[in-house]
Structure formats: structure tokens, C-alpha cells
Design a binder for this molecule. Structure first.
Ligand code: PLP
Length: 447
């Protein structure tokens, strides 16, 4: 084998050295130098049941011994059938049908296409725009990025993107309308109605939102009744509501799906990340029976799909992950550990002036950093506050996730703290101890 350069892998930062992982056990990852890292963000909010779970490894092996790959146009499999049944049993309302894909971006893009097709099948061919929010992230492929209001990730590709983001986020810490809940009467939700008037309901297929805003802002949690209002507006104007549960789904927030905190039933849902807890790439779009009935009575086929969609190997793994969550009652534990985690983060806020806000639900917690807590002035972008904190934490043996999606007056520096559901009380204390130390080091430098 001819090795031409030191590493042939294109990594996120081309000028940075990354440690090489050796193995993972529970909430810890180990590199090849023997250093341990507590996985305080489940990788990318993905390794929901921790590393090295034996029942998942066994399921993987058992399925591989039967068959790993079949093509969805030729076969279904027991694993895919059982997984879809289980997902439908976790999902609210009539979200009964599952379309398997391989990443969150594919899941949101498939939801977009199903929504457009649903209206086309009824002769309403003009309804093909998707509305979304600024300060949102729905994926990196061009369709998903078109729906995303993540300025940093959009910017380079603007000429190729649709102008889908059209409403402000429900960002109470920095209300885009300078208002306060509840006297605001949910101006941010009402703005959807204005956008519909401007664009025309006859041109709009769906509205998409992350129940809790993750990658672009750090667990920004909408106020009570926000999604009830959104759903009401969508129904009034015959617009489908897509919940992007890629990060918030599968138990992460202490309920099966993030939207369950508002008791709203979406028309379509996108899942990914925690669905397979990272043991294999797997994602899905769940559609309501009503939508699939219309397509079944019309063209009879959803115009989407990927080579690896519904492959039995990934399905068996995801099914084992969901069974593990059920058998160990992990969603209840998320709620309990989440309370401990958020209390610990709030205690750190008492100690460090640079923490402007702490928020989130279950084990999806966020922290936003500010130069001045009173005025909420963000740190200048060039100070790289989030990245420096992440580097310090990693040096100290803790992994945390950047949620710093904002420039141009949007949200500033933020992180997500989202450990695996299996984290113990002592391990949360250890996580908080290392975060405290890392914040201390950063605060000193920023003085
Ligand atoms: N949707 C949300 C809410 C996400 O957080 C992400 C990834 O962070 C995606 C979609 C895209 O998922 P993937 O990176 O698997 O394509």
C-alpha cells in the first residue's frame, strides 16, 4: 500500500490533529494513548445508550449472520417491519408509516418531498414551498440546507438554496420582537400567519421546526403553547407541520419525542441520530396515515429512497437500541438525570459571569455565553469562545458540543451538554466538575 501523506482522511479542520479513538464503554471513550473522555454530548447527541452495549452488539451479529443487506424494492425484512411497528407505537397520533433513510438530512428532505407529493396527488401542484425558522438546522444536503436557518452553514451556498426560512425563532432569551412571555402573546408563532399571508397558502406545502433548537443555538426551548399555536395556524391554512426530531427524538428530552412536551401531533416527523444511538447509520421519516392514504390512493409510490434504505442490518441494530431503552426504562432516567444536570449547570452560572443562559429539557441542555450578562452582549466571533471551551474541556477529558451557529446578530456562543441516557449521578458530578474547571480556565483568559 502506497501511503502518500500522513493522513488521507479529510477531517473537520484540515490543520488540526485529532486523537485516535481506541474504544468506548458506557459514557466513556478512550483514545489510543490511553486517555479517557467522558462523553458529555453523546458524540453529536447520538450515542444515547452509551458505548459498547452488549445486546446491541449481539443483535448486530445475529442479523449479519442471517443477511446484512437487501434492497427495499426487492424485499422487506422482519427487522425493518418490527422496527417500523415499534417506532409507530412510540409516535403520537396517527404517525403510523415509516420511511427509512440513512441520515437526519435525508429524513428532513424526505419529509419535505412527501409533503409536496401529498398536495400534488390532490391536484394542488402549487403547494411546494416549505416554511421554516431562522436559527434552525435541518441538515447539510441542499434541500435540507434550504430549510435550515443556520446562517454559517448556508452562507457559502446561498445561490443554490431556496429562501425557505421565513419566521423568527422562539428565542425568549433574546426575543426577536423585544418582548416577554406571556405578555407577548406568542408573537413568534403568530409571525407564521403573516408569512403565510405574504407567500400565499396555495404556494406552501409545510412548515418545519425542531421542537427544541439544537445545533444552531444550544437547546433553545420554545415557551408553553408555542407549538399548539403553530399547529392551529398550519391547520387553518392547510399547511402540513413537520417536526424535525433528529436531535430531540427517541427519548432525548425525557419524553419519546420533543414535540410531546407540547402535546401536539405533527403530520410528519424526521428522526436520526439517537434512533440507532450511533451503532450504525439509520434515520427515518414518519408520516401520518392520512398522508400515506392519499398517496396510496393516487400514484401509490413515494418518489424518494436510497440504496441503503431499510437495510436489515441497521434496522436490527435500531430495534435493539429501542428495546434497550424500553427494558431499562431509560426515558424516565433521562428526566431524573436531566434535572440533576440542569441544576448543576445553573450552579455554574452562579459562579461564572460569562454564562448568560442555561436551558433545555431532559438530557438536552444548553448554555449560552455572553461578554456582559446585563446587556447580553455576545462575545465577538473572532474570540472563538465556544471552540476554546470545547478544546479546554477535551484536554481535561470531557466532550461537549458546539451550538454556536450564529453570526450577523443571531445567537452567539453556545454549547450543548447532552450525555448518554445511562449516565449515573456520580458521572454527572464528574462531568460538571470537569466543565467547571474548563470554564474557570476560559474565564481567566477572557478577563
Ligand atoms: N436535523 C437536526 C435537528 C439536526 O440536529 C441534524 C444534525 O445535527 C440534522 C437534521 C442532520 O442530520 P445528519 O447530520 O444526520 O444529516
Amino acid at each position: 500500500m502506497r501511503v502518500k501523506i500522513k493522513s488521507h482522511v479529510i477531517k473537520p479542520l484540515l490543520d488540526k490533529e485529532y486523537p485516535t479513538v481506541s474504544h468506548g464503554r458506557g459514557v466513556y471513550l478512550y483514545d489510543t494513548e490511553g486517555k479517557a473522555y467522558i462523553d458529555g454530548c453523546s458524540g453529536a447527541i447520538t450515542a444515547n445508550i452509551g458505548h459498547g452495549v452488549q445486546s446491541v452488539i449481539d443483535a448486530m451479529k445475529e442479523q449479519a449472520q442471517k443477511v446484512s443487506f437487501t434492497y427495499r424494492s426487492q424485499f422487506t425484512s422482519d427487522a425493518a417491519e418490527e422496527l417500523a411497528t415499534k417506532l409507530a407505537s412510540w409516535a403520537p397520533g396517527d404517525l403510523d408509516y415509516v420511511f427509512f433513510v440513512n441520515s437526519g438530512s435525508e429524513a428532513t428532505e424526505t419529509a419535505m418531498k412527501i409533503a409536496i407529493q401529498y398536495w400534488q396527488e390532490q391536484g394542488r401542484t402549487g403547494k411546494n414551498k416549505i416554511l421554516s425558522r431562522w436559527m434552525s438546522y435541518h441538515g447539510i444536503t441542499l434541500g435540507a440546507l434550504s430549510m435550515s436557518g443556520h446562517i454559517l452553514r448556508r452562507k457559502r451556498f446561498i445561490p443554490l438554496l431556496e429562501e425557505f426560512p421565513s419566521v423568527e425563532p422562539p428565542y425568549c432569551y433574546r426575543c426577536p420582537f423585544g418582548s416577554t412571555y406571556p405578555s407577548c402573546d406568542l408573537l413568534c408563532a403568530n409571525q407564521l400567519e403573516q408569512a403565510i399571508h405574504r407567500i400565499g397558502a396555495d404556494n406552501i406545502a409545510a412548515f418545519i421546526a425542531e421542537p427544541i433548537i439544537g445545533a444552531s443555538a444550544g437547546a433553545v426551548t420554545p415557551p408553553p403553547y408555542y407549538y399548539q399555536r403553530i399547529k392551529e395556524i398550519c391547520e387553518r391554512y392547510e399547511i402540513l407541520f413537520i417536526a424535525d426530531e433528529v436531535m430531540t427524538g427517541n427519548g432525548r428530552t425525557g419524553k419519546p419525542f420533543g414535540i410531546d412536551h407540547w402535546g401536539v401531533v405533527p403530520d410528519l416527523m424526521a428522526l436520526g441520530k439517537g434512533m440507532s444511538a450511533g451503532y450504525t447509520p439509520m434515520a427515518a421519516t414518519i408520516a401520518s396515515k392520512r398522508i400515506i392514504d392519499v398517496i396510496a390512493a393516487g400514484s401509490k409510490s413515494i418518489m424518494s429512497g436510497h440504496t441503503f434504505s431499510a437495510n436489515p442490518q441497521s434496522a436490527a441494530v435500531s430495534l435493539a437500541v429501542m428495546k434497550y431503552i424500553e427494558d431499562h426504562r431509560l426515558i424516565g432516567k433521562v428526566e431524573e438525570r436531566g434535572q440533576q444536570l440542569i441544576a448543576g449547570l445553573q450552579a455554574l452560572m452562579q459562579k461564572y459571569e460569562i454564562i448568560g443562559d442555561v436551558r433545555g429539557k431532559g438530557l438536552l441542555c444548553g448554555m449560552e455565553f455572553v461578554k456582559d450578562r446585563t446587556t447580553k452582549e455576545p462575545f465577538p466571533f473572532h474570540l472563538r469562545v465556544t471552540e476554546r471551551l470545547i478544546e479546554k474541556a477535551m484536554n481535561n477529558g470531557l466532550l461537549i458540543y458546539s451550538a454556536s451557529g450564529g453570526i450577523d446578530g443571531q445567537a452567539g456562543d453556545a454549547i450543548l451538554v447532552a450525555p448518554p441516557f445511562v449516565i449515573t449521578e456520580e458521572e454527572i458530578n464528574e462531568l460538571l466538575f470537569i466543565l467547571d474547571r474548563s470554564l474557570g480556565e476560559l474565564a481567566l483568559e477572557l478577563e
